[in-house]
Design a protein around this ligand. Structure first.
Ligand code: FES
Length: 102
């Protein structure tokens, strides 16, 4: 598929995350201390939008049942049950635009 724009750097300041739709797939893009990371936005537990949860350092906490994922890797950090990791994507920043590589 290649490189797809998901937002502008000015719209994703440090400590923030946004949701962007890429070819029908919801992608979460987070800015951690000036570095950008992307994972699937849909929680692998029951489908919540993770960008509506909380971001603390590199940990995303789901707003529905508090599953925690590492936004740098997509790996599940904490949850009472075994659920799938999130798919993570490479990011490229060019001329103030943030792209995911899929
Ligand atoms: S939907 Fe995310 S923890 Fe349940």
């Amino acid at each position: 598929m290649g490189k797809i724009i998901v937002g502008k750097t000015e719209d994703i300041p440090p400590g923030k995350m946004i949701k962007s739709s890429v070819d029908g797939r919801d992608i979460l893009v987070a800015n951690i201390n000036g570095e950008y990371y992307a994972t699937d936005d849909t929680c692998t537990h029951s489908g919540s939008s993770l960008s509506e949860g909380k971001l603390n350092d590199s940990t995303i906490t789901c707003g529905w049942h508090a599953a925690e994922f590492n936004c740098k890797t997509g790996k599940l950090v904490k949850f009472p049950a075994k659920i799938r990791d999130l798919t993570s994507y490479s990011i490229v920043v060019e001329s103030g635009n943030v792209f995911v590589e899929m």
